[in-house]
Design a protein around this ligand. Structure first.
Ligand SMILES: Nc1nc2c(c(=O)[nH]1)N[C@H]1C(S)=C(S)[C@@H](COP(=O)(O)O)O[C@H]1N2
Ligand SMILES: [Mo]
Length: 224
């Protein structure tokens, strides 16, 4: 079992100021250029700036998940729900991916090398039902985010444990984080603990606070 101080809802430590200012961004429509790039002509989505470092964004909690405490639950509307330990996760087929990151706070980082388990493999294994058109992620810090099932099934989506050949550091969501490269990075939960397939959509943490339900960077889907 995780230690008490690693459980979500440590509300006292939550970055209220950061959350409020990001809610204000949504109300003001900050960073919108009004020039979406529907054809994805440019590698850099509108309003973004390329960085070469890797910024850290969280709600004030960076859970320390010891390997023996790691559990990943994949459940909901499906034939074969699973609960994996870290060893069981690592025993799944491993694949390499290269993708760009686009954070809604304006930074983009090119050519990230990931290794992990593809979302496609997971879908083949758990066999979600036809009615399961939505996916809700939950993370150890209490964070949640939602995507359509067809977004999760894109071939470049994975559950990553290596970045640039090294274990993903704790602050970036290690031991295992989701990577959904074609969407703003708030759709890529760190410290993922549960992936739920459902017939109904459900807003996650930022989607409840003024952020777009889909989040396509080329369409500037920053806010709802
Ligand atoms: N569990 C969890 N996942 C999360 C977040 C978070 O606060 N908690 N923040 C999201 C946001 S807003 C962004 S931009 C990216 C940041 O990932 P990074 O810190 O590795 O750059 O993680 C996303 N996933
Ligand atoms: Mo973000």
């Amino acid at each position: 079992m995780p230690n008490d101080d690693e459980k979500p809802a440590l509300l006292g430590k939550i970055k209220d100021k950061l959350i409020r200012s990001k809610e204000d961004w949504a109300k003001q429509g900050r960073l919108l250029t009004g020039r979406p790039d529907f054809g994805r002509v440019n590698r850099l989505p509108p309003g973004q700036k390329e960085v070469t470092n890797w910024p850290v964004l969280d709600l004030g909690i960076q859970p320390h998940i010891r390997p023996q405490d790691f559990r990943l639950e994949i459940g909901g509307l499906m034939e074969n729900p699973v609960i994996w330990t870290l060893d069981e996760f690592m025993a799944q087929p491993q694949e390499d991916f290269v993708s760009d990151i686009h954070c809604v706070t304006q930074w983009s980082r090119y050519d990230n090398h990931w290794r992990g388990v593809s979302a496609r493999h997971i879908v083949e294994l758990v066999r979600p039902g036809a009615r399961a058109q939505y996916v809700l992620f939950t993370a150890r810090d209490g964070y949640t985010t939602n995507v359509k099932r067809m977004v999760f099934e894109e071939p470049n989506v994975l559950l990553a444990h290596l970045w640039e050949g090294k274990p993903i550091p704790r602050e970036h969501g290690g031991p295992v984080r989701v990577v959904i490269p074609d969407w703003y990075f708030w759709k890529s939960p760190k410290w993922v603990t549960r992936i739920e397939f459902a017939a109904e959509d459900k807003h996650g943490f930022w989607e409840l606070r003024g952020y777009h339900n889909e989040g396509d960077p080329w369409k500037e889907e920053r806010y709802s």
